[in-house]
Design a protein around this ligand. Structure first.
Ligand code: TMP
Length: 214
């Protein structure tokens, strides 16, 4: 039995963290077993790496070191959690995955995209999502949402120009692979956003054959 792998991406403050549990309820109501994962983190080791990555004490972290820490957390999550769940027919919904590294470390910091793609292949053993949902939000609006709810971390503190590059990166990756990406305008009311997410997921669950590795 093989499951489905759905990832949620977006610039800061896109609302994905509050939308994901509602999406999981929906997928569950369709009769699937659902597993939620969150990056960086989701394993005992990954949660420790997350603390290093988000801490405002670690402003000296270089883009290269930052990249490798994200990849280490992901490698652990893929082997320990995601692959076994998919093998058991579970629908895995991840709050960020490999494309976040391309968007933030690649487009945001300027780490070479081809190098990143090779490292991602190594870290994930080539595991790709079946559907990537991009909750697209204007940068200033998203950052305002995050400051308003007091969840400010080291990565949010990068410049607005950095976050604009991240958003642009996400949008260009989505444009280049429309068969796997679904872009949703997250500047709107959260019920409308959730409805669009459910529609995208329903379509994927119906139309594609279950997940295959490699
Ligand atoms: P979150 O805001 O979704 O909890 O994600 C934590 C931060 O980590 C967010 O600023 C995005 C950033 N991030 C990267 O820079 N690269 C990555 O590969 C991942 C997974 C997240």
């Amino acid at each position: 039995m093989t499951g489905f792998f759905i990832t949620l991406e977006g610039p800061e403050g896109s609302g994905k963290t509050s939308q994901i549990p509602l999406l999981a309820d929906y997928v569950h109501s369709l009769g699937h077993t659902v597993l939620l994962t969150r990056e960086p983190g989701g394993t005992f080791i990954g949660d420790q790496i997350r603390k290093v990555l988000v801490s405002l004490d670690n402003k000296a972290l270089t883009p290269q070191a930052e990249t490798l820490l994200f990849l280490a957390a992901r490698a652990q999550l893929v082997e320990e959690v995601i692959k076994p769940a998919l093998a058991n027919g579970v629908v895995v919904i991840s709050d960020r995955y490999a494309d976040a590294t391309l968007a933030y470390q690649g487009y945001g910091h300027g780490v070479d995209l081809d190098v990143l793609k090779k490292l991602l292949e190594f870290a994930t053993s080539g595991l790709q999502p079946d559907l990537i949902i991009l909750l697209d939000i204007e940068v200033e609006r998203g950052l305002r949402r995050k400051t308003d709810c007091g969840e400010w971390n080291r990565l949010d503190a990068y410049s607005v120009a950095f976050h604009e590059r991240v958003r642009k990166g996400y949008r260009s990756m989505a444009e280049a692979a429309p068969h796997i990406w679904n872009v949703i305008d997250a500047n709107r009311d959260r019920d409308l956003v959730q409805a669009d997410m459910r529609q995208a997921v329903a379509k994927t669950l119906k139309s594609i054959s279950p997940h295959h590795e490699g």
